[in-house]
Design a protein around this ligand. Sequence first.
Ligand code: BV8
Length: 225
Amino acid sequence: MSTIVILTGAGISAESGLETFRAETGLWAQHRVEDVATPEGFARDPALVVAFYNKRRSQAAAALPNAAHYALARLEAEHSGDVLIVTQNVDDLHERSGTKNLIHMHGALNSALCGACDHRWPAPAVMAANAPCPSCGAPTARPDIVWFGEMPYHMDQIFETLSRADIFVAIGTSGNVYPAAGFVAEAARAGAETLEINLEPSSVGSQFDDALLGPATQTVPAWVD
Ligand code: BV8
C-alpha cells in the first residue's frame, strides 16, 4: 500500500477566491509581514493583527471548496494506502471538501490560542484584541496561527510520514517558506516520486521529478483521476 504525502499552499484556494501571499495584489502586498505575521508584530499592535485575521476568517467562511479540494478528498477516499494532506493554508476548505487525514502546519483561522496557557478553543468570527482566555482568564487570546519565527505544528508526524512516502506532491505553493519548502528534499531522500502542481515552477521546482503546470482546478483532478 503506497503512502502519498501532499503539501498544499495558497494556490489551491486561489480559485475559491482567497488571495495568495506573493502575487502582486496578494496579502503581503497589502501588509508588511513583520506587522501581521510575527509574534513581535502581534505584541506591538494586537488590534491590527486580529483585524487582519478577522478579515481572512470572514473571507474563508464565504469561500467554497473548489474542484482541486474535492479531487484530493476523492483520492483519500479511494486510495487503499494512506494519504496525508499537509496544508500551509489556514482556511478550512480541505475539511469542507471531505478530507479527513489533514495537518494544518501553520495553524487555522477557526482556532484561537491563549498566549499564556496554550489553551485552544474555536475562534469567534470576530476576535477582539486582548480578549480573555476562557481557561486562565488572561487577556492573551491570539489567532492560532504559526507566525514567522514560531515552530510549525506536528513536525514530527510530518517528517515521519515523509520518511516513508512513495509519492510526494506539492500543490499551489511558491516554495519560499521553510521548513515546508524543504519537504521535497526529505521525500526525495526517502526515495519518493515527487511532483509539483502549480501555475509556474516554484523556488524549489528544480528539485521535483515532474511538474504539472496550470490552474489547480484543472491539474489536480487530472492528476487524481
Ligand atoms: C520556523 C502565517 C523555526 C499564516 C506563515 C530555513 C529553515 C527553517 C526556517 C527558516 C529557514 N530560513 C528562514 C526561515 C524562517 C522562516 C522562513 O522560511 N522565512 C522565509 C521567508 C525565508 N520560517 C519560519 O519562520 C517558520 N518557522 O522555521 O521556526 C523554529 C525552530 C525552533 C523553535 C522555534 C522556531 C514558520 C513559517 C510559517 C510562517 N507563517 N503564514 C497566515 O498568515 O496565513 S507563512 C505564509 O507563507 C503562509 O502560511 C504560507 O504557508 C506560506 C507560503 O505561501 P504559499 O502558500 O506558498 O503562497 P504564495 O502566495 O507564496 O504562493 C502561491 C503559489 O500558488 C504560487 O506558487 C502560485 O504560482 C500558485 N498559484 C496561484 N494560483 C494558482 C496557483 N497554483 C495553482 N492554481 C492556481 N490557480
